[in-house]
Design a protein around this ligand. Structure first.
Ligand SMILES: [Zn+2]
Ligand SMILES: [Zn+2]
Length: 189
């Protein structure tokens, strides 16, 4: 799979954003402008000026649409969502080497509003995944009580659970129990 480091970073930001949603956390993790501002700082999102209530509303909307891409059943369906998201964001690809980073492409327009910035950057990251024929790597955690999403970048696409502490532990416990069961199942000769 040809996924660049930049795309991987954008996908990680995408997952972080999706997993702030109330349907995932039980509560909205981006409830106000201050929380959104903290998210921007934590995720080191560049070229963002001061944020407003409008930015907050638009990021919530975008988050819902991005999550829909994870629920699609075909690449055609996902491509339609991604295309409209990226088109509406007014992308202007340009090379930059800001803040000591190597040359990379910013798809968002200079100093675009946060919603447009994210729609362009995350939409393009999804476009690269779709182009590589890897839509199925966009996953929802299979733990029954977990609604988190993740992008499975494992070599053999075998990842089933998100990397939250709960699901990561659950995975280990389940594997341990399975080993115990199969050990017990061996008939003692
Ligand atoms: Zn950059
Ligand atoms: Zn999970």
């Amino acid at each position: 799979m040809l996924i660049t480091h930049d795309t991987e970073c954008a996908l990680s930001l995408l997952v972080e954003l999706l997993n702030t949603a109330p349907e995932v956390c039980g509560a909205e993790r981006l409830p106000d402008v201050a929380a959104l501002d903290a998210f921007v700082v934590r995720q080191e999102i560049s070229e963002i000026d001061s944020l407003t209530e409008d930015d907050l509303r638009r990021v919530h909307e975008l988050r819902t649409r991005l999550r829909e891409v994870f629920a699609t059943e075909s690449t055609a369906e996902a491509a339609e969502l991604v295309n409209s998201m990226v088109a509406a964001a007014g992308t202007t690809p340009r090379l930059t080497n800001h803040d000591g980073h190597d040359w990379h492409i910013h798809y968002f327009a200079p100093h675009a509003a946060l919603g447009d910035h994210l729609a362009a950057e995350l939409g393009m990251a999804l476009a690269f995944i779709l182009m590589a024929g890897e839509r199925e790597r966009l996953r929802r955690c299979e733990a029954p009580d977990c609604a988190r999403v993740f992008v499975d970048l494992s070599r053999n696409r075998s990842r089933r659970y998100c990397d939250s502490r709960t699901c990561g532990n659950r995975l280990h416990v389940a594997a341990y129990r399975a080993r115990q069961r199969s050990a017990e199942a061996v008939p003692s000769a």
